[in-house]
Design a protein around this ligand. Structure first.
Ligand code: NAP
Length: 279
């Protein structure tokens, strides 16, 4: 196939590496000429430039993956779709779906995707092979079944495990397991920073170990990504945060009242539930 990638960062670059190794012709676009050069140099694309109109054989493109930050997904599609054949299928990789799928479908043949794969790094130099292997990928169903089949089979060819689900259901699910954890983890770090005794703070910093590393990891990540999660998934995220606040309030109540058996009973249910999420 002839495949385009708009946005050559961690996800776009990794996608290019795997698609090219499967024999596809892959072109890419990026805002920066250095990124374009680097994408070609590491073998993530066959050709790359800043202007989509400069791509050779553009009208032969079968599929375009839009791998920019969430804010740029719709503007990118709006800018490049009119320059491609109306048969070209577009998909994206954005970690929210409701804000994108409906609008994108008005602009082109579109299938919303969310490959649940990533690392703590960003940019073209973070691209790596087999990033998507054995990882889940959500696809939002559309009436264009032919486009669905094409996009689904491309993700499957990279080793992804496909879950078809409505955009709103996707957004509610990722609010629980991705967006809420970022806010909870950020709140944890921010709370530690409220300790007024400098000696306690210093000792806490010296003693912090694996427990703090695990629970603070996502709260210490890219602030822009956290903001976008909240901005583009506000309704679903707020529902999870309100439930979280209620649960925290009831935990505070058990501790204030010395209800140690009730506290232990709750911790027993969470111990049993965790393996249902982390396999
Ligand atoms: P990234 O490494 O920062 O790459 C983003 C790319 O988009 C860069 O190539 C950047 O290229 C380009 N870009 C940045 N701002 C842009 C703008 N305003 N207009 C056009 N292009 C722009 O980010 P990423 O981790 O690959 O994430 C990309 C997408 O994947 C996001 O939508 C995210 O929700 C989704 N996603 C990320 C993960 C993850 O764990 N990282 C997982 C699943 C899905 P230049 O600066 O060179 O132009």
């Amino acid at each position: 196939m002839n495949i385009g990638i708009a946005g050559l960062g961690l996800i776009g670059g990794s996608l290019g590496l795997d698609l090219r190794s499967l024999g596809h012709y892959v072109w890419g676009i990026s805002r920066s000429s250095d990124t374009c050069k680097q994408a070609v140099a590491i073998g993530a694309v066959d050709a790359a430039c800043q202007e989509v109109s400069m791509i050779p054989y553009l009208n032969k493109t079968d599929v375009v993956f839009v791998c920019t930050p969430i804010t740029a997904i719709l503007p990118t599609i709006a800018a490049i779709a009119p320059q491609l054949s109306p048969k070209t299928i577009f998909t994206d990789v954005g970690s929210v779906k409701s804000a994108i799928v409906g609008e994108a479908t008005k602009l082109c043949r579109f299938v919303g995707s969310h490959p649940m794969a990533g690392t703590a790094f960003s940019g073209i130099n973070a691209a790596e092979r087999n990033l998507f292997k054995n990882r889940p990928c959500v696809i939002a169903p559309t009436e264009d079944r032919e486009a669905m089949v094409v996009v689904r089979s491309l993700w499957e060819s990279l080793g992804m495990l496909i879950y078809e689900c409505d955009a709103a259901v996707h957004d509610r699910a990722v609010a629980w397991i991705s967006h809420l954890p970022v806010m909870v983890s950020a709140a944890l770090i921010h709370s530690c920073q409220q300790e007024p005794d400098a000696e306690v703070v210093q000792l806490a910093k010296n003693l912090a170990s694996s427990g703090f590393r695990d629970t603070s990891r996502v709260g210490g990540g890219n602030p822009e990504l956290g903001r976008l999660m909240a901005e583009y998934n506000q309704t679903a995220l707020l529902k999870t945060l309100h439930t979280y606040r209620d649960v925290l309030q009831s935990l505070i109540g058990e501790i204030e009242n010395g209800n140690w058996d009730a506290l232990q009973a709750l911790l027993e249910t969470t111990q049993a539930a965790r393996p249902l999420y982390i396999k």
